[in-house]
Design a protein around this ligand. Sequence first.
Ligand code: ADP
Ligand code: MG
Length: 463
Amino acid sequence: MVNNKIAASITELDLSKDYILLVDSMSQQLGEKGIATGISLGETAPDFCLKNHQGEDVYLNEILQTAPVILSFYRGDWCPICQIELKAQQEALEEITAMGGRLLAIAPQTSEKALRLYQDMGLDFELLSDPEQKVIKNYQLQFEVPESLRQFHRNLIKKDDINGSWDLPVPATFVLDQQGVVCGRYVSADFLTRMEPIEIIGTLERLLGKDEALSAYLHSKNEILRNTLKELTQTQAQLLQKEKKAVIGDLTSGLVHEIKNLLNPISFLDLMMNDLSVKHQQYAEYIYDSRTRILELIDEVRLLSKEEEVHYKTSSYSLSLLIKEVVNLSLLDEDVKNQTIYFELNYQGNVQIDKNKIIQVLLNLIRNAAHALTNMPEKGIITIKTQEENGFVTISIIDNGIGMGKEVLDKIWQPFFTTKGDNGTGLGLDICRNIIENHGGEIGCESQINKETRFYFSLGKGE
Ligand code: ADP
Ligand code: MG
């Protein structure tokens, strides 16, 4: 696009020097008196309803809802300079429209005149009529053509063009953003100069830049909303888990009583104790311990499900001794007894623990490891490793079983998540995590499918 298209065409009109000087001095006078200065940048353009060239009502605010608006005030169909301006605007229309802008031209003339001009010039944008100059006044554009200039206009302007008065608008173009705020303006009492289409497009570009910023802002808001939604979904999932836990709680309350009764016959061991060999007496001790743990386990599930705080009684205990004890116990477990268990006990000191709870954790993890080893082609090995790290003691249970992919790994800590169907409850790891966290420790897992799985947890050192 040629930069100064309008200016170039006006020069071609070859206007007389006298005329140009007169217009210039008039424009200076108006400027000094502060007449027809037009609404300012940053101001909100007053709303209006005007008829277009087809006699239809056009509401500014309605159009602003769909697009930024370019409001161009011209003097009338009789003005050759206005015609030059309209022609240049028509040529730039495609670009203006492509940028989402809507061009409206306003003159103090009737709709019939506007329609004729529209047709004669082959225009594609709306020409609005403001014969009473209400909008023109409102936009602070009206002035009275001074005596000195009237002679030049007499042969151009017909009576009905200006309602018998000499009031006219100074040519002006306003670029309004969708809030109706003036973002670009060109108001010139010197009606020989107009806003070049290139400037209109430049202003629209800046406006779009602003819109892009707005869009980035909306994008960021959207991000926050998305995160909130994610949190909500998680909370909902947690609530669902809590509900499930509550159901389990109710069920276990009923079961505790039943199970306690069923465990009573174990007490018969007391009567047999004296008849048992030392080895069998030790088995009897294991059976007693198991009974205690079963009762505690049920109790814990019941308490956890009710979100009651679990109080732990901790004491200092030798970790290696504890591990040996647990492994002996696990060997009574059908699922574990045929597995090979190695030890790498690098930490020989004590840990501060609620012993029965940590036994529960170790039993769970060893059982899970044993399950992971069944049906593997190669011989399975479970390694229990301890070591001191940063003032804490880390215990690892490592197996070379089936392992887990990321999908499974992401879910294993959720209560009721199991890949073992009816053979699993999906509660083991949830319980382990609760116990370790209640000890102030951390628990985690790393795994590679068909290669290795390592569960680890940390405990505080004992005295
Ligand atoms: P359950 O043993 O009843 O299924 P857990 O909470 O103990 O419940 O374990 C949840 C799931 O974690 C298991 O179903 C299994 O998919 C996976 N998992 C746990 N330990 C291992 C392991 N050592 N190797 C592979 N997968 C494991
Ligand atoms: Mg388990």
